[in-house]
Write a protein that binds this ligand. Structure first.
Ligand SMILES: [Zn+2]
Length: 253
């Protein structure tokens, strides 16, 4: 490794991360500063939240816990009312552990937590399905989140969807030709790679929730391929989401 990749580009202290798509390294303090700044930039660029709105954090993984953590000071300042929602898709032990982590974390932050169960809404538990689990799960989870938002009078649902999720979705959209997005959902971490979110979580003692064990084989392969491509082309996930955005814009006109 070259020397410049070991030292923080801002203060010269020992770096904890090298960002390949920037060619820069950062110490812990400046990594955290940069991370928060990037989230705030996405929030304001896309006007994701407004003062005095009522929002729901959809909590399903480490990314969504991080999104909630980073947004807390902002929503307090803006007098935004917040609660957290976890959809229990019937994922066995994995799901139970995930729900209890979500509960613990939201309690710590003083935010009310609501759990919505697939089984209470006539949805098949994912544990009992064999094929197309991801698609079924996503469709029904989003449906329940939107229904809950309507019932509770929420203006927005904040998801933890990150750059990796958006790149994956862009790929799927291209493959399947499906182009629609509910504008109730906002994702302030959409421009941040999962690896950086995991590091942020580690620094802040936020629990790691591993990938869903019921994930489709196809999704698993797709993730692996994207990760391989990223090693050779560090900007690939950014390019894919930019491409998706451009197609969305073209479709609107
Ligand atoms: Zn530094």
């Amino acid at each position: 490794m070259e020397d410049k990749t070991k030292k923080c580009v801002i203060c010269g202290a020992e770096a904890i991360i090298h960002i390949p798509y920037e060619g820069k390294a950062y110490c812990e303090r400046h990594f955290v500063d940069r991370f928060k700044k990037r989230v705030r930039k996405t929030l304001s660029k896309e006007k994701m939240l407004k003062p005095r709105e009522k929002i729901g954090f959809a909590i399903s993984d480490t990314s969504s816990l991080v999104a909630m953590d980073v947004l807390i000071p902002i929503i307090r300042k803006w007098k935004v009312e917040a609660l957290a929602i976890t959809v229990d898709e019937g994922l066995g032990e994995y799901g139970e552990r995930r729900t209890s982590i979500a509960k613990m974390h939201t309690e710590k932050l003083g935010i009310p937590h609501v759990v919505i169960k697939f089984q209470d809404h006539n949805k098949t538990s994912i544990e009992k399905m064999n094929t197309s689990r991801c698609e079924y799960c996503e469709k029904n989870r989003n449906e329940l989140l939107l229904k809950t938002a309507q019932e509770l009078g929420l203006d927005k649902i904040v998801t933890g969807n990150n750059l990796d999720d958006f790149a994956e979705t862009a790929f799927l959209k291209l493959l399947e030709g499906k182009w629609s997005n509910a504008s109730t959902f906002v994702s302030p971490l959409k421009e941040i790679p999962e690896s950086e979110i995991m590091l942020f979580a580690k620094i802040h003692g936020i629990e790691q929730i591993r990938d869903c064990p019921y994930m489709d084989e196809f999704r698993r392969e797709l993730r692996k391929e994207l990760a391989n491509l990223e090693k050779r082309f560090p900007e690939i996930k950014f390019s894919m989401t930019r491409m998706e955005k451009r197609i969305e814009e073209l479709l609107k006109t």
